[in-house]
Write a protein that binds this ligand. Structure first.
Ligand code: PRP
Ligand code: URA
Length: 210
């Protein structure tokens, strides 16, 4: 159905957090915690193939072999809603480098415009994880992916919390090699380009700016 490499993350704990985020009665405090919970699991899935190197440590009872992450991870939240997923990713990969891309959808046209960008160097040798909870028309995702591609990121994966078919299709059209990790692809966009049923405006609910 979706030609783009789309990875549907199906886990009871993901769905439990997602339904809390969807619930319009969930206040910002609980919304933020559910966003962190779900983001931990989405990021873990998106980073499942990270390279590792073998190593040995000494436990109090002797040597134990294990593996450590090898290489550089760059996480890029799309402001502002993507910031609600950042702490979760940094909890998993504490030494990740962080880039920021600021995009804002026009309320009337839903067209995204860029107001900020600060990306780390050497993206060409990094695993790049873009984080933005909502993939609606896909305009913001494509704009952010364009910036990352221009900055030299060869392979990019992105996580979102709710996707719409239109957004998945637009990413596929412009960036066919990007893998999208999401728990769900919802039904459609309404006349204001909000995802239905979705969860409303993620940034407003995260920061209480409704
Ligand atoms: C939201 C969301 C995405 C974008 C998705 O951000 O976080 O970036 O909309 O919509 P699209 O796929 O149609 O582009 P918004 O522009 O509302 O800004 P905010 O994060 O500052 O609230
Ligand atoms: N941005 C949001 O926060 N929610 C939507 O449904 C679409 C774009």
């Amino acid at each position: 159905m979706f030609p783009v490499p789309l990875h549907l993350v199906d886990h009871p704990l993901v769905h439990d957090a997602l339904v809390a985020l969807r619930d319009k009665h969930t206040p910002p405090e609980h919304f933020r915690r559910a966003a962190t919970r779900i983001s931990v699991m989405l990021a873990a899935e998106a980073l499942r193939d990270l390279p590792t190197r073998d190593m040995t440590v000494e436990t109090p009872l002797g040597p134990a072999s294990g593996r450590r992450i090898q290489g550089d991870v760059v996480v890029v939240p799309v402001l502002r809603a993507g910031l609600g997923m950042l702490d979760a990713v940094l909890e998993l990969v504490p030494d990740a480098r962080v880039g920021h891309i600021g995009l804002q959808r026009d309320e009337m046209t839903a067209v995204a415009s860029q107001y900020y960008s600060k990306l780390p160097s050497r993206l060409d040798s990094s695993v790049v994880l873009m984080i933005d909870p909502m993939l609606a028309t896909g305009g913001s995702a494509v704009a952010a992916l364009d910036l990352l591609a221009q900055a030299g990121a060869p392979t990019i994966r992105m996580i979102c919390i709710v996707a719409a078919p239109e957004g998945v299709a637009l990413v596929e059209q412009h960036h066919p090699h990007v893998v999208i990790y999401t728990p769900v692809v919802d039904r459609f966009l309404n006349e204001h380009k909000y995802i239905v049923p979705g969860l409303g405006d993620f940034g407003d609910r995260l920061y209480g700016t409704v």
